[in-house]
Write a protein that binds this ligand. Sequence first.
Ligand code: ADP
Length: 496
Amino acid sequence: MSLQEEEKAEAGPSSASASGSSSSATASSVDTLPTQEALPSIPEEGGEGDGGDGRGPAKAWGRLFGLSPGFHNLDCINGEYSFGRDPSCDYVFQRSAELYQQSSKKHFRIIREEPGLGVGVAYLEDQSANGTFVNGTLIGKGKKTPLANGAEIALALPFHKVFFFCDLMSDQSMGFPPALKEKYVISKTLGTGACGEVKLAFERETCLKVAIKIINKKKCLLENDRPLNVETEVEILKKVDHPCLIKIKDFYEGEDFYIVLELMEGGELFYKVRRPAKLSEETCKLYFYQMLLAVQYLHQNGIIHRDLKLENILLSSPSEEKCLIKVSDFGQSKLLGESSLMQTLCGTPDYLAPEVLRFESGAKGGGYGRAVDAWSLGVILFICLSGYPPFSETPQKCLRDQICAGSFTFIQEIWDHVSQEALDLVRKLLEVDPIRRLTIQEALLHPWLQDEEMKRIFQELVSKAETAPNLLVKGRKRPRAEDELVGPTKARKLQQ
Ligand code: ADP
């Protein structure tokens, strides 16, 4: 029976307008997480009782987080739950739910089996001809699949995500500080960095999704000859307040360091720039404008990022190309006074400015300053516009020589599709002499960026983000390029 037929048979003709009013596709699960509902607290680990014998509350073995409007959270305590539109289901889909139209009377079941001592396995059994997807894979009517921690469940189409599954019995949060576990439910890994990994987590009270950056103390000490820069990273994160810079929510120290950050659902810019499906020039401009605003703000507050690269530019939306971006990872950043120059080599080789490389090889000059960030942004803009890196090791010329000479690989057929203005900005940022290189402020005044429509889109995105709690921390000011200018007094204060 088709969905429409099922719908009619079930509700009669009067339901036609209700079913027809279902809203359009969900833009992002960030927008749609139900936040009204307070979560029932998860019983303490090791607590007693089975919920039916009067010995205390039952222990939830799993939790489903609703990812779409109308799909509320569920703590799984019993051995089995059925899901669907049928009133006999344990979890009945609400008529008002956005993806109600895509659901069946009996859509799927979740079963927990206890094959051995305390070793429970959760399964999802697809009961619907419309299809149930787990992590993008169709399960198929009558078939079942193990449900691992972090699994995403979708109805009818892989992107119609309705639940995120957290296995509360898995040991994914072992070793985490109790205060962190009390406040957050830790879930899947989002990315890995130099010193650990970044995990998705949910704030228990609000259901907000966050990212937790775990800095593995042992790994960092073993692999880095430099001392841990966690304190500076956290200090900077606490100070910065700009819509294009990642904001910290919490910080914990235990076996490792745990930095709780606002979540960027779109992941790294790195994955968006590959040819042939590279970004349009318009989108590059929107993203680059935001990067410049972010770095301008940092420089005005006495902070040099020193590790700007595609992997550290995160996107707010996984689906919308026109979205907010945020600069992340202050692990290499430096707080410095007006006149100070840095003297340590850091950053990722492909994005390193010539003066950093020259300094490393013992050249005179006393160190390097803010201009290194402008160079790295030049490399990022080059890749965004062309889909390939300006400097890369070849048998003929090593990376260092190419960078120090500023001789980037120029493929005419590719750049034929890019405006002269954009190329001019790239050239002026990839200027070998740091004195002649454009500053961030000057880059913002470059003709390529004098685009009122692009700036309007940016302002609109910021306004939208103000109402999406996961994207902007409450109470943050709406930015304008001119608002971000801070005088020397504030800059000094931020440096203290
Ligand atoms: P490291 O400093 O150890 O290199 P990063 O801060 O660069 O770690 O994070 C590593 C990866 O984790 C990033 O490249 C990105 O894929 C992911 N990540 C980091 N922060 C967030 C975030 N706030 N939201 C979503 N993903 C993130």
